[in-house]
Design a protein around this ligand. Sequence first.
Ligand SMILES: [Zn+2]
Length: 113
Amino acid sequence: MEGEIRKIQDLKAQLLKIGPFHPGKITTQYIRCGKKDCRCNHPKNPQKHGPYYILSYSIGKKTSTVFLKEHEVPEAQKWLEGYHGFKNTVEALVTAYVNLAKKGRWKMAGRHA
Ligand SMILES: [Zn+2]
């Protein structure tokens, strides 16, 4: 079997095993609530509220943010890592098909890959 076609089949098999995943990144924020007498507004030693964990992501052109609870952060990180794996695999698959096309193997891909 041709190398590129083998590669395509391997990558497709990998895709079936991928998941769960989620796009985006998590940032941590500390905030001032705005209440005058609050500890977060202390003139010399302000203690801001937080940390707050914010997951921001885009799907197409739509950007969204979600507040995460602290206990959700480790699992969410795993999903974000999973997304990188998914993207890498998809990119490798696109590359493999493009390489196949460069070799003039349009029909070959349709039959075997
Ligand atoms: Zn406050």
